[in-house]
Design a protein around this ligand. Structure first.
Ligand code: PLP
Length: 397
């Protein structure tokens, strides 16, 4: 992309072009540099590169790779952050962002409603290394206010929680955190880069599992940490490149191609998700339908203010509990039973017995993970076909 205009580019344009590096052949589609190493012309050149490599000089794929650099620059351009570091999975990004900046004696405040593996890092890993962690109800600003202290170093939350779709006020929590100089780390997977401008709302570091919407076709694991150049290159990169959390060039290539169609895919998926949520809300077999942009969502106003669309996921709470949820899942014909989300294929998940099985019952209840809860990630199938499938499965439930 030539820089021949002063007009700032739209994220959709950036998603197609930003970060592209062409080889001497001038290929149109991004090249996959499937190499872990790089040849130096001379011993002196090797020495110089180890001493101080520029962004266009590579040493070893754990440190960086041209295809991975294209992906990092492209997602940073879309998010509006100065830089990004691509990781082997979403969890490598969450763990990397937290562990790289924390040390024994530090204090972290996090929302309790978290993806199971995120909760493992905050509840099990960080305390083992002397980091004090306070978990709060993320939707309760008074709880954040009470928990954040003068010595709090970081706050962490999912802007939309998995699986009960609680929405956290990024700007309000960021203001509280910045009042004590703490770093705001937001896991923005459910909100997606398309619908959320987390940076403008005050997030300092934004992490994604690119396994979800950015790949969008269920092929590869990946993650990314977006932030300032100082955070990405001086804090996150040294930790990740030396501990093995880097993204593979092959996966970076898949993610690059995924970014090109991200906006189109998630807009279509979000439109279908909202339509399905409205269509089944009030169904006699359902105790509750959860979707951030439904009027019945307790934080609908906040969700509308901070997310352009409600996202691609909804949750259905079957009134008949686990048995009804299982009958519903087993009767689905198009929607598959699995645990990814953001995929082109619609996926239904029973969190209580799969992704959140590890949690004790009282914690499940506190997070809204009832026995009847089914998380539905809406894909790219025809929305009428999906609605017919879901209605038939509700009849069977
Ligand atoms: C899936 C997910 C992760 C973990 O990502 P992986 O790519 O599976 O490691 C982290 N946070 C949220 C909110 C997720 O949905």
């Amino acid at each position: 992309m030539k820089d021949n205009q002063s007009r700032p580019r739209n994220p959709r344009t950036l998603a197609v072009h930003a970060g592209t590096r062409r080889s001497q052949y001038g290929e149109v589609s991004e090249a996959m540099f499937l190499t872990q190493g790089f040849v130096y012309e001379t011993a002196e050149a090797a020495e110089a590169r180890f001493l101080n490599a520029s962004r266009e000089e590579f040493i070893y794929a754990r440190y960086g790779n041209p295809t991975v650099a294209m992906f990092e620059d492209r997602i940073a351009a879309i998010e509006g952050t100065e830089d990004a570091f691509a990781t082997a999975s979403g969890m490598a990004a969450v763990n990397g962002a937290l562990v790289a900046m924390l040390k024994a004696g530090d204090h972290v405040v996090a929302a309790r409603a978290l993806f199971g593996s995120c909760l493992y890092i905050l509840e099990e890993v960080l305390p083992r290394y002397g980091v004090e962690v306070t978990l709060v109800d993320g939707t309760d600003l008074d709880a954040w206010r009470a928990a954040i202290r003068a010595d709090t170093k970081a706050v962490f939350f999912e802007s939309v929680s998995n699986p009960a779709l609680e929405v956290i006020d990024i700007r309000a929590v960021a203001d509280l955190a910045h009042g004590v100089g703490a770093t705001v780390i937001v896991d923005n997977v459910f909100a997606t880069p398309t619908f959320s401008r987390a940076l403008e709302l005050g997030a300092d570091v934004i992490v994604y599992s690119t396994t979800k919407h950015i790949d969008g076709q269920g092929r590869c694991l990946g993650g990314v940490i977006c932030g300032t150049q100082d955070f990405v290159r001086k804090v996150a990169e040294p930790y990740l490149k030396h501990t093995g959390g880097s993204m593979s060039p092959f996966n970076a290539w898949v993610m690059l191609k995924g970014l090109e169609t991200l906006d189109l895919r998630v807009r279509a998926q979000a439109e279908a998700a909202e339509r399905l949520a409205r269509a089944v809300e009030g169904h006699p077999k359902l105790a509750r339908v959860i979707h951030p942009h439904l009027a019945s969502h307790p934080q609908q106003a906040l969700a509308r203010a901070q997310m352009e669309r409600g996202g691609t996921v909804l949750a259905l709470d079957l009134a008949g509990g686990k048995d009804a949820a299982f009958r519903f899942l087993n009767a689905l014909g198009i929607v598959v039973i699995s645990n990814n989300l953001g995929d082109a294929k619609s996926i239904a998940t029973h969190p209580a017995t799969t992704t959140h099985q590890r949690l004790p019952d009282d914690q499940k209840a506190a997070l809204g993970i009832t026995p009847g809860l089914v998380r539905l990630s809406v894909g790219l199938e025809d929305a009428d076909d999906l609605l017919a499938d879901i209605e038939a499965a509700l009849d069977a439930a």
